[in-house]
Design a protein around this ligand. Structure first.
Ligand code: URP
Ligand code: ZN
Ligand code: ZN
Ligand code: ZN
Length: 487
């Protein structure tokens, strides 16, 4: 069975042009004019773009004494409805600390539920010989080339600098990419106690206890540790100028440091936490917190200039009831917000419609850049002959208001509720199959998604280790005859 996506304007990270896309089975077979196939997918008046890739989600994540309510089924269907065809979820080790058991656990949860393709990042939440050993199997046998480190959540997920350094060195050996959540967890804990003691128990205390400096310091520290370990680095949920500045400075020095702002930080600001309605504010509690407009401007500038490369969501969706675990203490409100379904439409509306991003930059930030960073390009992340037919017919004429009543997410609110978005996925195709058609009552197809294996990186780590070995401190050999005899 073949399909032709007909009459649209293809937009990739490089260019736009009018052409049809022929799909044979799961792959893109041909790109050109007047192509014919067994079926036609109408793209008249629309763009044809690579399926979105959201590299940061927490579906069914056990966290802060509860479990994120969004399931792999509802989450991946919400993704499809929003034009996202692949997501990368964070796999957290359980009680036994084993990485491989954690992957088995995540597979058990996700396998029969996923409607789109997925992958995992593996979290390193402690350090010992078993973790060191298992990291090799995670990369070589399980197809996971990224390891996440939390510099915050003290007493839970947080790792110390020596553990991070050891893990980063192991990543360098294995050709894997370390990721960090950059916030100084020690200082956050102190500030939380200070504001609680002052009687600030509501969600505003969450914002006060995690100021931008705390994020900037941790970003600088992680960059220094990555440099010492000889590895590239990816910083998740960059929310402020301080962290962005650290990334810019590192890149200017030639380091391969990548930064990922979230759609939430680009479009929502800190005043959300000052809302008189406790529940409204608690729904927005996530780490790092939303920032002021100046920080937002910095993030937008990073996306258009290239110092920040990827827009993600960190989708961690807790219900109103779950948020109420922190009714009288903001430090026990489960951290996380949603956005998986809205990421593409919100970025288009606030980025492309305002002229802050070109359509090509939009494609780069939502799909192509992360596919390259995660080592799955050109299989994913482009409109490429031979690549997976993960393609979205992106309709810039559909305007709609974001509403809980129409969302696919299963939680009871939406942090973007009431915002009007001016583009939408008319069709979402995953490996050649239409999994979402706007206004046609599409239903989830749990179990059809696949786990995407991501091989270890060869070039970046090889280039880096070659450069390091050419420039390593060396003993200077001296002619003994030229050395003073001493006394
Ligand atoms: O608040 C957040 N971001 N929750 C999810 C876990 C994390 O830190 O990414
Ligand atoms: Zn510490
Ligand atoms: Zn985080
Ligand atoms: Zn996260």
């Amino acid at each position: 069975m073949s399909k032709v996506i007909k009459g649209g304007t293809i937009v990739t990270a490089d260019r736009q042009w009018k052409a049809d896309v022929l799909i044979e089975g799961e792959k893109i077979a041909q790109i050109g004019e007047n192509l014919k196939g067994d079926e036609t997918v109408d793209a008249e008046g629309a763009y044809v773009i690579p399926g979105g890739i959201d590299p940061h989600t927490h579906l069914e994540m056990p966290f802060m004494g509860t479990t994120a309510a969004e399931t792999f089924e509802s989450g991946t269907f919400a993704a499809a409805a929003g034009g996202t065809t692949m997501l990368v979820d964070f796999c957290l080790p359980g009680e036994d600390g084993s990485l491989l058991n954690a992957i088995d656990d995540w597979d058990r949860k996700s396998r029969d539920q996923i409607c789109t393709d997925i992958s995992y990042h593996m979290a390193i939440t402690g350090w010992n010989e078993n973790i060191f050993n298992e990291m090799e199997a995670v990369v070589k046998e399980r197809g996971i080339n990224t390891f996440k480190h939390f510099m915050a959540y003290k007493g839970a997920l947080m790792v110390e600098d020596d553990e991070m350094f050891a893990s980063f060195k192991r990543c360098a050996e294995l050709g894997a990419l370390p990721l960090v959540h950059a916030e100084n967890g020690d200082i956050v804990q102190e500030l939380q106690q200070k504001y609680l003691a002052e009687g600030i128990t509501g969600p505003e205390g969450h914002a006060y206890s995690r100021p931008p400096e705390v994020e900037g310091e941790a970003a600088n520290r992680a960059i220094m540790i990555a440099d010492a370990a000889g590895t590239p680095l990816y910083i998740v949920h960059v929310s402020c100028e301080q962290a962005h500045e650290a990334i810019r400075r590192a890149r200017q020095k030639g380091m391969r440091v990548f930064g990922e702002p979230l759609i939430q930080h680009l479009t929502l600001d800190e005043t959300e936490y000052f809302n008189k309605d406790w529940q409204y504010a608690a729904r927005r509690v996530m780490s790092p917190p939303f920032r002021s407009k100046d920080h937002q401007a910095s993030l937008w500038a990073g996306l258009s200039s290239g110092s920040l490369q990827v827009v993600a969501t960190d989708h961690a969706a807790f219900t109103d009831k779950q948020k109420q675990m922190g009714l009288d203490n903001f430090t026990t409100i489960p951290n996380g917000t949603g956005g998986l379904e809205e990421r593409m439409a919100m970025l288009w509306t606030t980025g492309v419609e305002t002229g802050r991003l070109t359509p090509e930059e939009f494609v780069a930030a939502t799909s192509t850049n992360i596919a390259k960073i995660l080592n799955i390009y050109p299989l994913k992340g482009g409109i490429n002959v031979g690549g997976d037919a993960d393609v979205v017919v992106w309709d810039p004429t559909i305007s709609r208001e974001i509403a809980v009543s129409t969302q696919k997410s299963i939680i009871d609110y939406n942090v973007f509720e009431g915002r009007t978005v001016t583009a939408q996925a008319r069709y979402t195709l995953s490996r050649g199959e239409v999994i979402w058609a706007y206004g046609q009552n599409s239903q989830p197809q749990p179990g059809r998604g696949k786990f995407v294996r991501r091989p270890a990186f060869a070039s970046a780590s090889q280039a880096l280790s070659k450069w390091k070995s050419l420039n390593t401190p060396r003993k200077i050999e001296r002619n003994p005859l030229n050395i003073p005899a001493g006394v």
